[in-house]
Design a binder for this molecule. Structure first.
Ligand SMILES: [Zn+2]
Length: 176
């Protein structure tokens, strides 16, 4: 989905998060300064909008995630910066400035397309992009920890029953 907010190229709402996607279509090797500038102002724009009352008004308490789509692989220091910003990086799914877009596969959760197949994960909802997949993993962890409390209680009962049976068997053996 294209966004109506300047500097944010796509805004995608999923069941667990809102993805603010910005595109860097410059080549990091050929035009490092231009690419860095494009990343800097767009990521700042996304982060500022994420903190704005407008975001809260639209999406309530849903967490926002920054996603940078880069036409070419950014250098290591840029990847470190992105990680520090909590920004997912997706490479090769948008065209380099001045080129036509590549056509690849589609995420079953957020509906974004243009993903390379090896990057996709299979969930119960179908092929899932890396961003939706990490939200899905978090949701699974949360569910597992909730069930874990109930499972812990059950485990205690199994131990109690086990000791009960052992005690009864011991008593029976001594009676003979
Ligand atoms: Zn997705």
């Amino acid at each position: 989905m294209a966004s109506d907010v300047e500097g944010i190229d796509e805004i995608i709402e999923t069941p667990t998060a809102v993805q603010l996607v910005f595109h860097v279509r410059r080549d990091w090797l050929a035009e490092p300064d231009e690419a860095a500038q494009e990343m800097a102002w767009k990521s700042e724009r996304c982060a500022a909008w994420l903190r704005s009352p407008e975001f809260k008004q639209r999406y309530g308490m849903k967490p926002g995630v920054l996603v940078m789509k880069a036409a070419r692989q950014p250098p290591a220091d840029v990847m470190t910066d992105a990680a520090r910003l909590g920004c997912d990086v997706e490479v090769g799914r948008i065209a380099l400035a001045g080129e036509a877009a590549p056509s690849l596969s589609r995420c079953a959760v957020c509906g974004r397309d243009g993903f390379a197949n090896p990057e996709m994960s299979v969930t119960e909802r179908g092929l899932t992009c890396p961003t939706c997949f990490s939200s899905w993993v978090q949701a699974q962890d949360l569910r597992a920890s909730r069930h874990g409390l109930g499972g812990g209680g059950f485990r205690v009962w199994r131990v109690v029953i086990g000791f009960g049976i052992f005690f009864v068997l011991t008593v029976l053996r001594h009676c003979h």
